[in-house]
Design a protein around this ligand. Structure first.
Ligand code: BGC
Ligand code: ZN
Length: 371
């Protein structure tokens, strides 16, 4: 079967290759974890999304091949349909629509209790990213433990399962951490960035009843603004409205969800957060970028204001479930809006060159391959 792969360490090495089709009896990641007897699931991949991580992997800034292999099959945002089940898998049926989690457990205590998303091992194993092959291929075999059902009426959004899990987890982490305050009723949120993560976070915060301002540089009208407003949030172009002016109008936000991928914005966000607030960092900022700010002022304001910084990455199956619940709730509340994020479908695995080019396109919210 075909797969889209890179040679880690070699920049712009993305290519299409032949790989053996996996069998139910195979161990997909023998170097990491073992599928218990009878618990494997074989999935036909239908759609796989790509994001900035895939671009960085192709730029050789990130990612490693499985031990003993030269290439890494990329793709970590998957949506597919079950075609074969092990004898001990009772929770799925053939034909079920599913997604799979990304990270596989290492050896830390967190991994052993199902929290591989917060592993304390230095080395982490992620399908399509680090040391495990990914989903940009025709068939995948996986332990049922890491497979998550996508509701049939949500199959048009199934490829957003993974990004939704990342947003749902980050917000959940902030709410859990804010239990330190005993009572916390956030009312106002800023979302920094209107990419797929910023927009999904906008939706999820709106579903929690917050007033949301979604900030990005480019003035509208454009799709990002339309989607933001269709979620009942406010779109702000920071080129048109300086953040100081917005703060003067709205007061300081209780939550800032940072998803721009820009290190300056990550730190600038510290200046804007309200008292007792939570700043959520989700950007994965590859490369090097120095930022400068008045550290004494920030420290003073943060200490006197009891402010909290929560960093969050990856989602385990409970976060996929949360993300899918939010997508479902979003569909009931804002019907037809979320699918507008699916801007750039590419036909077939052979379209990988176009897929990579589209990742450079600032207009592209979600690039994905219809396999
Ligand atoms: C993925 C996460 C992953 C992270 C770090 C992101 O693009 O969506 O699942 O944990 O990269 O590799
Ligand atoms: Zn990702």
């Amino acid at each position: 079967m075909k797969a889209v792969a890179v040679i880690p360490g070699q920049s712009h090495s993305v290519h299409l290759r032949d790989v053996p089709e996996p069998h139910l009896a195979d161990q997909p990641h023998p170097h990491v974890c073992h599928v218990p007897e009878g618990r494997a699931v074989k999935i036909k991949m239908l759609q796989v999304g790509v994001d900035a991580t895939d671009r960085e992997i192709n730029e050789a800034l990130y990612g490693n091949a499985p031990p003993g292999q030269q290439h890494l099959v990329i793709g970590h945002e998957c949506f597919g349909q079950i075609v074969e089940l092990g004898s001990k898998v009772n929770e799925f049926q053939i034909g079920d629509y599913v997604s799979c989690t990304v990270r596989r457990p290492g050896k830390s205590l967190f991994d052993s209790i199902g929290r591989n998303d917060i592993t304390s091992d230095e080395v982490y194993y992620e399908r399509g990213i680090n040391l495990c092959n990914g989903y940009l291929t025709e068939f995948v075999v996986e332990d049922a433990e890491y497979v998550v059902r996508v509701p049939v009426n949500l199959k048009h959004l199934g490829v957003l399962s993974e990004p939704a899990s990342v947003c749902a987890k980050a917000i959940e982490q902030a709410y859990l951490a804010q239990q330190r305050l005993q009572v916390w009723k956030p009312r106002l949120a800023y979302c920094m960035g209107a990419g797929q993560i910023g927009l999904l976070a906008t939706m999820m915060l709106r579903l929690k009843g917050l007033e949301v301002y979604t900030l990005a540089t480019r003035p509208g009208p454009h799709l990002k603004q339309e989607i933001t407003e269709a979620y009942g949030a406010h779109y702000i172009s920071t080129r048109q409205t300086p953040i100081e002016d917005l703060l003067a109008r709205t007061g300081r936000p209780d939550i800032i969800f940072e998803a721009t991928g820009n290190a300056s914005v990550c730190f600038d966000s510290m200046k804007y957060l309200g008292l007792n607030g939570a700043l959520i960092w989700t950007s994965i900022t590859g490369g090097k970028h120095d930022v400068s700010f008045d550290g004494a002022k920030i420290n003073l304001e943060w200490v006197l204001g009891n402010k909290l910084l929560v960093s969050s990455v990856n989602g385990n199956r409970s976060h996929f479930e949360l993300g899918l619940q939010a997508l479902s709730h979003g569909e009931m509340t804002y019907p037809g809006v979320t699918e507008r994020i699916l801007t750039h479908p590419v036909d077939g695995l052979g379209g990988y060159t176009k897929m990579m080019q589209l990742l450079e396109d600032k207009e592209a919210l979600k690039v994905f391959i219809n396999i």
